[in-house]
Ligand binder design. Structure first.
Ligand code: NAI
Length: 333
């Protein structure tokens, strides 16, 4: 029996994500928590003819703890989205506190659950969850994930457009490493399962790279003040959750990208630090998943000179973002 919980379930991402989880045959129970509207969302979803039992919770009467009780996987899309002109980092002041409080609830009620962090800025909110878990003595680097899947989904879609075959999109895989904000997003097109055309110009590669790094801005601009990516993010979040659930159920060979802690005991973390030439504690890499979470962090492997320059450009911002998240818990102002 698997219980999935969505925190922020009534939001733009939360609702379609909850719908996709309700349709996932690996989910038996679905707990929906938000500060508003979850009874309605839960009632609506509960009429769908799939096995998962759905229940909605609000803050009164210990709603968060009730939602989290017995959770195997918790996905957090709670918080505010970006408006035009805002970077993901601008969200920090509001979302950091929300994520801290929700992480405290998970650490005390469902410390063994897999935690999938969607709330931005992911480069900072993942360190916040980790620091909260450390404070409660329940940190396990194998179970806390920053959801960067949307960057990979975008990269795959854009490559399929360039190759002129949208049917390929879901089978194309482009590793995207680094972080999940602007220049910290580093797509490795040289490692794409479906290579770009051999005559693809350097200038076009730079444009494509920027489109992945700032793809979220296209959506923020088009929504014109009504929020950021929700539907594509729900798809990406459900894809990632589905991989975690399949691995949990014992399926072998599951690999997914994620922004994770490079703890020395999480297999391969130290080797990745050496490859990048950094002492950062977090990086987005391809992660091999097993029944207990992360089994191996895949080495980055061979990159082009251009990709190396992107990694170098990502490191300072990434360090700042990570430090901000850690400091928010370790030395709150
Ligand atoms: P939204 O505003 O539509 O929904 C957020 C939901 O969180 C609302 O229903 C709100 O009531 C709820 N919420 C606020 N405080 C809460 C609390 N203390 N406890 C529980 N729920 C709470 O926003 P949207 O568009 O769904 O985005 C959510 C987050 O996801 C944002 O931080 C956004 O930046 C992030 N995001 C992440 C992406 C990624 O690739 N990781 C992509 C797109 C967005």
């Amino acid at each position: 029996m698997v219980k999935a919980v969505v925190l922020g379930a009534a939001g733009g991402i939360g609702q379609p994500l909850s719908l996709l989880l309700k349709c996932n045959p690996l989910v038996n129970e679905l707990g929906l928590y938000d500060i508003v509207n979850t009874p309605g969302v839960a009632a609506d979803l509960s009429h769908i003819a799939t096995p998962a039992k759905v229940e909605g919770f609000l803050p009164p009467d210990n709603g968060l703890a009730k939602a989290l009780r017995g959770a195997d996987i918790v996905i957090i899309p709670a918080g505010v989205p970006r408006k035009p002109g805002m970077t993901r980092d601008d969200l920090f002041n509001i979302n950091a506190g929300i994520v801290r409080d929700l992480a405290t609830g998970i650490a005390t009620t469902a410390p063994k659950a897999y935690v999938l962090v969607v709330s931005n800025p992911v480069n900072s909110t993942v360190p916040i969850v980790v620091e909260v878990f450390k404070k409660h003595g329940v940190f396990d680097p194998k179970r806390i994930f920053g959801v960067t899947t949307l960057d990979v989904v975008r990269a795959s879609t854009f490559v399929s457009e360039i190759l002129g075959d949208l049917l390929l999109a879901s089978s194309i895989s482009v590793p995207v490493i680094g972080g999940h904000s602007g220049v910290t997003i580093v797509p490795l097109f040289s490692q794409s399962s479906h290579p770009l055309p051999s005559d693809f110009a350097k200038a076009d590669l730079e444009t494509l790279t920027k489109r992945v790094q700032f793809g979220g801005d296209e959506v923020v601009k088009a929504k014109d003040g009504a929020g950021s990516a929700t539907l594509s993010m729900a798809y990406a979040g459900a894809e990632f959750a589905s991989k975690v659930l399949k691995a949990l159920k014992g399926e072998a060979g599951i690999v997914a990208p994620s922004f994770v802690h490079l703890s020395s005991d999480a297999a391969g973390g130290e080797a990745i630090r050496k490859e990048i030439g950094t002492d950062l504690d977090y990086f987005s890499v391809l992660v091999e998943l097993g029944t207990g979470g992360v089994t191996k962090l895949r080495p980055i492997g061979k990159v082009t000179e251009y990709e190396r320059s992107l990694i170098d450009a990502a490191l300072p911002d990434l360090a700042t973002n990570i430090d901000k998240g850690v400091a928010f818990i370790q030395s709150p102002k």
